[in-house]
Each structure stands twice: as C-alpha cells, then as structure tokens.
Design a protein around this ligand. Structure first.
Ligand code: ASN
Ligand code: ZN
Length: 344
C-alpha cells in the first residue's frame, strides 16, 4: 500500500504558518512526510538519553505527533506541537535545499529521511544531530538565555553536521573542527536564504531567533565580523587551532561572508553588516549562490578529515576552478577572501 501525503499546515514558533505534509493513519494524521523520506517529528516529553561518550545505552523515544485535522500547533509554546512544526519545517527546508541546489537527496545522499525529537530534557539549551540514530534533537532552552532551539538556522546547522560526516568527515577538533562548525554555519545561512521565509528572512547571523535577552547579544554568532560574540576569530592565527570549534569557525564564517557579500557596510533583509578585512584590502563579493556552490563542492570533493585552513583555501580554489574556471572572478574572489582572513 502506498502512503498518501496529505497537505496540511502548522503554526510555528519562529516562521509563521508553514505548509506541512502529513501521513493519514486511520482517522488521525501523523507528522510524517512521505514526500521527504518519511521524515517525522516526535515528542521526547522531557526525557534524556543515557550515553557514555557517544555510546548510548538508552535513548529518549520520539512519540510521533498526531493531529485530528492536519492543522498543527498554535504558534505559541502553550501547544506542545508548535515547536514540532518548527522542527518539521526545518527538516523540510534543509531537505529541499540540498536536493534542489546540489542534487543531494537526504542528509546521507541516499534518499533516506531522518527524524526529530523536540522537548528533549528539562531546560535543555542545545540541539544536536546524531549520526547513529540519523536524528535531530531539540531542547526547549533555559528560558533565560535561549528559547526553544527549533529555529530554521539551528536545524540546518545541525543537519549539515550529518552531511559533513558523510562527506569530508572533518575531525571535530583543531582547525578541521573549526571548518566542520563553519560548514554548518555556512549551510545554515544558505538554507535560511533559500527558504526566504518572511518571518525569518535570510541573514548571516546564527541563532538570532532562539536567543533571549539574558544572553546579552542578538545572535549566537556573527558571520560578517565573528569577534562580535567576544570569542570567535575574525582571521586566522597560529592560535586558531587552540580555540573551541565554535570560535575557530569564525575564520571560515568570515571568509564565506566576504566571498558572498564583500567587505565593508551592507544592509540585507533589514540587517546591517560591517565586515572588516585583516589585510586592509577591499573585497568584492561574488554572490552567495556562487559562494555556497564553491563551499559545497570543496567539502564534498576536496576536503578530508584532516583539512586545515591552508588546505581549505586550496580546496575552495580547486572547487572554484571546476565550477567557474581558473581566471574567473569567482576564482579570484576566493583567493582574495582567504587573504582577507589571513589564510595564504
Ligand atoms: N549545538 C552543538 C553544535 O552543533 C552541539 C554539537 O553537536 N556539538 O555545534
Ligand atoms: Zn555545530
């Protein structure tokens, strides 16, 4: 029996009312999308996994969300299904982005869907992708610094860890760890621009929807000038490899911003940016679509588990040569943007 997809919609926390595809089971609907590898969203109901490092002895089950009329959530946290709408929407947009922009179907590139768990733990202020269950997990946040982690950019960031793991498999420490984190931030921005949702338009901020006043900054990370978070690197130095991977990623994020948009002041979708260069140069952007294609090709064709920033420069130059030619503006833009973050 083929499962018929039933078009419904949901009122999300962060992206307004969004279309969803559900599965009809008897007289109720399940939040499970047959058009995207049966990707579904379930309720972890406050439970947490029991793991020793990465080996999990017990995992909080995801009880699939069901609904009587295929109109999910109410746009606020008073309805448990609201953040499930965000999570399902996040997987949908990320799926569509990888499929329609790169021809990659599913995080693993094998057409297989994943699943989401929401309401994980108690005041859990994080979200993560897990390769071993092929699943996404979202906490509801601590309510002071972070709200529910279910924004589109967080979804795309975490699921892109799954793509990296199946491709370059960049080791999650040192400079390769910064490139791994940077890849997730870069793809998060690209997915947000791709989705073009009016409540959450594309930007070069990470986590702007999930932060609360208690965090004291308007986003988790800032790609135009990563040091705005007080910790991330704007440019490469010999100390980059010693930073936490969420801060050494600044070099990659800043490279990607400069390559896409260029240096200096710019306003995009109402957000003001002012991106410096470390060498005093002025960099002209090549556009985010070209920059995204170059990064993805470098990730999937040239980067390996041990790629560092110097090798990432070579990988992206090779990718730009393949896609646009050796003397192209895009190729020259890649060289200039890396030089502007002190990677030569
Ligand atoms: N949210 C964190 C991240 O994706 C958790 C993790 O998996 N390291 O960077
Ligand atoms: Zn990450």
């Amino acid at each position: 029996e083929t499962v018929k997809s039933e078009a419904g919609d949901g009122k999300s926390l962060y992206t307004g009312t969004v279309p969803l595809e559900a599965t009809k089971s008897g007289s109720t609907y399940q939040l499970k999308d047959p058009t995207r590898g049966n990707t579904y969203t379930g309720d972890a109901a406050g439970q947490t996994d029991f793991c020793i490092l990465t080996f999990c002895l017990w995992r909080a089950p995801a009880t699939i969300f069901t609904d009587a009329d295929n109109h999910w959530g109410n746009g606020t946290t008073s309805d448990k299904a609201t953040v499930a709408v965000d999570a399902q929407f996040g997987t949908n947009e990320t799926w569509d982005f990888y499929k329609n922009v790169f021809g990659r179907v599913g995080i693993g590139g094998d057409g297989k869907g994943s699943f989401n768990r929401v309401h994980y733990g108690n005041k859990y202020a994080n979200a993560f992708w897990d390769d071993s269950c092929f699943c996404m997990t979202y906490g509801d946040g601590d309510g002071t610094s972070l709200g529910p982690l279910t924004s589109l950019d967080v979804a795309a960031h975490e699921m892109s860890h799954g793509v990296t793991s199946k491709t370059a498999n960049l080791t999650y420490s040192g400079e390769s760890g910064g490139l791994n984190e940077g890849t997730s931030d870069i793809m998060a921005a690209a997915v947000e621009f791709y989705a073009n949702n009016s409540s959450d338009p594309g930007d070069y901020l990470v986590g702007e929807k999930v932060v609360l006043p208690g965090l004291g900054q308007p986003a988790l990370r800032f790609m135009d000038k990563p040091s705005k978070d007080g910790k991330s690197a704007d440019a490469w130095s010999t100390g980059t490899k010693n930073l936490d991977v969420h801060y050494s990623s600044g070099v990659a994020n800043h490279f990607f911003y400069l390559l896409s948009e260029g240096s200096g002041k710019k306003t995009i979708n109402g957000v003001n940016y002012d991106s410096p260069t470390s060498n005093g140069s002025t960099v002209a952007g090549i556009g985010r679509d070209a920059a995204t294609k170059i990064w993805f090709r470098a990730l999937t064709t040239y980067m390996t588990s041990s790629t560092d920033y110097k090798a990432a420069r070579t990988a992206t130059l090779n990718a730009a040569k393949d896609l646009f030619g050796a003397g192209s503006a895009q190729y020259n833009g890649v060289a200039a943007a890396w030089s502007a973050v002190n990677v030569s």
